[in-house]
Ligand binder design. Sequence first.
Ligand SMILES: *Cc1c(COP(=O)(O)O)cnc(C)c1O
Length: 342
Amino acid sequence: MAHIVTLNTPSREDWLSQLADVITSPDELLRLLDLETHENLLAGREAKRLFPLRVPRAFVARMEKGNPDDPLLKQTLTVQDEFVTAPGFSTDPLEEQNSVVPGLLHKYLNRALLLVKGGCAVNCRYCFRRHFPYAENQGNKRNWQVALDYIAAHPELDEIIFSGGDPLMAKDHELDWLITQLEGIPHIKRLRIHSRLPIVIPARITDELAARFERSSLQILLVNHINHANEVDQDFRMAMARLRKAGVTLLNQSVLLRGVNDNARVLANLSNALFDAGVMPYYIHVLDKVQGAAHFMVSDEEARTIMRELLTLVSGYMVPKLAREIGGEPSKTPLDLQLRQS
Ligand SMILES: *Cc1c(COP(=O)(O)O)cnc(C)c1O
């Protein structure tokens, strides 16, 4: 007998209405979580002038009510610490605000990164592009065409990375157009999409999008951006199952964040939750030193200690690579865990 499953989750096509209905008020966010009496949390609300608050309701639904230290809340709530200007923390930590072609960053040999859309569904407080001049890097066909011409003229490129902002802020018909253009460039073999949308609004993985990936002649990879096991829910697992069926390779990158995931057991739980959803851990990044995010910093020494313990807690394939980005280097730089070699 067939089971009739009634889902009270939103339909897959309604990601745009969820996007139009994101929370932008710190007061509303705290009210929804029964935290409106916490004066110290409310006191951070002015930081939205530095970088607006933006959190989808589907993500808030995974936060624990009454918990001021909830790891998902910590990633998204404005706090007073953002006003601190710490030495060494800049507004352009990766020196990427002068790209050759607007919105295209070609820093590494075989792969280039296209800033498809400036906006994002969620504003993570540690975002290294929180000061990025997105207004000058508009995602539209005219700018994309300039980038595509560059890509076509550079045969050393075999992979294009869609980034942002968040590239899945583009509509399905825009992504279809971009993918079609890339499929017409013979040396491009792979398309990689870096996005936080599938986790914050799983309905973004529409049937139309999955079907487009499925019939692409490119190999497609999705690199999710997930920092804590509590972010992974049933809707996300279903979205990943659809993409797996479409032949998409599923990876994850995290950022090591004080008060969120700076603990080997928390990272072990994350790796397990990811693998259960069919997603392989790829990178864990040391925080980029962006102004306003110094309170999230975990020192290199602490990062090494956490990663050495993580090695003992999970299978080898579940351990992400600890890395940092250094402006001007020809690749990401792995951090040596300083394990005994003999
Ligand atoms: C991080 C990054 C990449 C991808 O690097 P991988 O190590 O291949 O994941 C490519 N281009 C730019 C500009 C980047 O910042």
